[in-house]
Ligand binder design. Structure first.
Ligand code: AMP
Length: 284
């Protein structure tokens, strides 16, 4: 690993021109950069399973709301490229926003229902931006498989829905959430946290463990579990709850009874930083 040449491509036309040279299957790992071990897990899985590994780095402006962190989102391209080279990536695609969204751009992918709750409610238009950019990247790359993290579980549900509804020809591979030793899910946004906020951020994992423990002890009432998650978040003074719930992992409809499969989800604001996490309750 790490000794083959890695192409860095910035133009859509160049990607399309190169496509005929890539061996199949082609694995695509879409990212916004500032790579961490969660991203690395996706790249490694793609490297194991596909002949050509393509990673995209694009801080997609259309998935950020006007008051969100697009401007200050961390950008660490040089370091990201070194890391991707070491992981044996074949191609890194780093498009410009002006080429992805030229002035005349007017086509959007709207996935309904699953986007209407939780992240979709807290971040209007977020999933429209995600679905549209993923659709564009799938078309530009011609990928056979796309790798996504369980960390963004509702994003996975939206992408799966889009692929099924629009008869798109690629498979989604979902990689388990990679965590810090204290349970905090790795995220590029963790870099925003000051020391006391970083300590407080473990509250998401604690709330999810409460849910899993309660279910492990036989509690199947989703409302009771969700209430305990909220109480757990309330114990952390620096944390402000956005939502905590138990949902169906494909539809994101809230469950009444925790039957297989059930996903506990939580979103919390810590200072100016918004963090999300989730845990399957009927996993190992
Ligand atoms: P991002 O750069 O945050 O857009 O993330 C790019 C991909 O990496 C998405 O599919 C994320 O779900 C995934 N990802 C982010 N954090 C983690 C993590 N801690 N563990 C596993 N996958 C992750």
């Amino acid at each position: 690993m790490g000794d083959r040449a890695m192409d860095v491509i910035c133009e859509i036309g160049e990607m399309k021109a190169q496509r005929a040279n890539w061996s199949r299957p082609i694995g695509l790992v879409p990212t916004m950069g500032c790579l961490h071990d969660g991203h690395v897990a996706l790249v490694r899985r793609a490297r194991e399973e596909t002949a050509t590994v393509i990673v995209t780095i694009f801080v997609n402006p259309t998935q950020f709301g006007p008051s969100e962190d697009f401007g200050r989102y961390p950008r660490t391209l040089e370091r990201d490229l070194e890391l991707l080279q070491a992981e044996g990536t074949d191609v890194v695609f780093v498009p410009s926003a002006s080429e992805m969204y030229p002035e005349e751009f007017s086509s959007w992918v709207e996935v309904e229902d699953v986007t209407s709750r939780f992240e979709g409610e807290s971040r209007p238009r977020h999933f429209r931006g995600v679905a549209t950019v993923c659709n564009k990247l799938f078309n530009i790359v011609g990928a056979d498989r796309a790798y996504f993290g369980q960390k963004d579980a509702q994003q996975v549900a939206v992408i799966k829905r889009m692929i099924q509804d629009l008869n798109m020809n690629l498979d989604v591979v979902v990689i388990p959430t990679v965590r810090e030793p204290d349970g905090l899910a790795m995220s590029s946004r963790n870099s925003y946290l000051g020391p006391s906020e970083r300590a407080a951020a473990t509250v998401l994992y604690r709330a999810l463990r409460v849910a899993r423990d309660m279910h492990g002890q036989g509690c199947c009432d989703a409302a009771v579990v969700a209430r305990s998650m909220r109480e757990s978040v309330a114990e952390e003074q620096l944390a402000q709850l956005d939502y905590a719930a138990v949902v169906d992992p494909l539809s994101f409809h809230e469950l009444e009874s925790i039957e297989c499969p059930a996903l506990a989800i939580v979103a919390v604001r810590i200072g100016a930083t918004r963090l999300i996490d989730n845990m399957l309750l009927n996993d190992e």
